[in-house]
Design a protein around this ligand. Structure first.
Ligand SMILES: [Zn+2]
Length: 125
């Protein structure tokens, strides 16, 4: 119990590291080897990343956040300017895709960091 919080730094540090795509334990190693593919282990501290899996969690949160942002902005635009449908499609589809793609990797890193943080530290192999 006494070792549970030692060496972890600030309480938010693991989550901020995850948002940046860095290992939640050391803060240095890259979590990803591709856009969303996790590295098998942290290249710096050796944390086994095959034991963590974010599943569909990041996609769910991205859908919620991006849906709220884009749909709310499109609705306000529609009410104020009343543009033709093709303008809505030409503007909001690319923005929606960009917001989703922009949020997906940080959200996956955040969820991986939360799993790593809440499972506790594992000794290096
Ligand atoms: Zn690491």
């Amino acid at each position: 119990m006494s070792e549970a919080g030692e060496g972890r730094g600030a309480p938010l540090a693991p989550f901020l590291r995850g948002l940046r795509g860095r290992c939640a334990r050391c803060g240095e190693g890259a979590l990803f080897v591709g856009f969303l593919k996790l590295a098998p282990r942290c290249p710096v501290c050796g944390y086994d990343l095959t034991t963590v899996d974010s599943g569909d969690g990041p996609a769910v949160f991205v859908i919620l956040f991006a849906g709220f942002i884009v749909v709310f902005a499109a609705l306000i635009t529609e009410l104020i300017y009343d543009p033709p449908v093709w303008v809505d499609l030409a503007v909001w589809l690319p923005i929606g895709a960009a917001v989703c793609l922009g949020l997906l990797r940080p959200m996956k890193g955040l969820m991986i960091a939360a799993q790593m943080r809440n499972r506790g530290e594992r000794p290096p192999p």
